[in-house]
Design a protein around this ligand. Structure first.
Ligand code: SAM
Length: 276
């Protein structure tokens, strides 16, 4: 197999290549891939993860934006029948059509930090969702999406992820594990997608529920009574009374609510016919 031994990293594609084999082992072990499962790898780079993934998976489809790297990867894997290299931007790639054609699959991605959360959302929106995602994120972003308790740090994405499954940080990875060395710490995050939802949304589509939460997070620093007052045109004091009578703390901010509380608030808003 041809090694990609010289490559000048391109900043515009956020190229920081993994060089620590222990990190690769951690990623592959937490992916728990078996021989019947497909893998979608995003941003294979020099192929360091691909090398470990194709040995356990039924097939690896590696999607790389960089045409120069894609060519080198094709040469490298041309004799490996269960690796396909697609040169494409994952942000525009037709994932829905592609994933409908494959069986159970796992996503593995060590991507530029700025597209990590978009990718998670893109996969969770699919009709045929992955069984699991293993994704390298900037440490702070990883912490923000794995928060699921009632505290100050929940985000729209942490609620969204928790609705579909469970997210956990597997390991914190220091900058020295990459070449070139990034400025920030990273974290490997595992998201297991469950068939059964963690909470039930009654009589409505999931989309309405997510729009409701998204609206709550439209002004994350504002108290919910003010956010909903603006959205419904009902005076803040009325919303406050309603919320307090309903057992909600109207002074809460969006980030204070757990997913379960969002469901309760959503059902409450429906009962009171809030038009948002
Ligand atoms: N997976 C390799 C590793 O661990 O060494 C490379 C990691 S590097 C942080 C990110 C990789 O994602 C690069 O190969 C880069 O070219 C690729 N990439 C960046 N943006 C992309 C996009 N929008 N779609 C597909 N690949 C992308």
């Amino acid at each position: 197999m041809e090694t990609i031994n010289y490559y000048h990293p391109k900043k515009k594609f956020g190229q920081h290549f993994l060089k620590e084999h222990t990190v690769i082992e951690t990623i592959v072990n937490s992916a728990r891939i078996n021989a019947t499962q497909e893998v979608i790898e995003i941003g294979p780079g020099l192929g360091i993860l691909t090398d470990a993934l194709y040995k356990t998976a039924k097939h690896v489809t590696a999607i790389e934006i960089d045409a120069e790297l894609s060519k080198k990867l094709r040469n490298r894997y041309n004799s490996i029948s269960n690796v396909s290299i697609i040169c494409s931007d994952i942000l525009t790639f037709k994932l829905d059509a592609f994933t409908k054609e494959i069986g159970e699959y796992i996503v593995v991605a060590n991507l530029p930090y700025y597209i990590g959360t978009t990718i998670i959302q893109k996969f969770l929106e699919l009709t045929h969702k992955p069984k699991r995602l293993i994704i390298m994120l900037q440490k702070e972003v990883a912490e923000s999406i794995t928060t699921s308790k009632k505290n100050k740090n929940n985000t729209f994405l942490s609620n969204y992820v928790q609705y579909f499954g469970n997210a956990q940080i597997i390991a914190i990875i220091p900058p020295e594990s990459f070449q070139p060395v990034p400025k920030v710490d990273s974290a490997i995050v595992k998201i297991d997608i469950s068939q059964d939802r963690n909470v039930q949304i009654l009589e409505d589509s999931e989309n309405n529920f997510f729009s409701f939460i998204r609206m709550g997070f439209s002004a994350p620093r504002k108290q919910l009574r003010n956010v909903f007052s603006k959205a419904t045109n009902i005076p803040a004091f009325e919303i406050e009374t309603l919320l307090n009578n309903g057992g909600f703390n109207s002074k809460n901010r969006a980030g204070n609510l757990s997913l379960k509380e969002w469901v309760e608030l959503y059902e409450f808003a429906k009962v009171h016919k809030w038009t948002l």
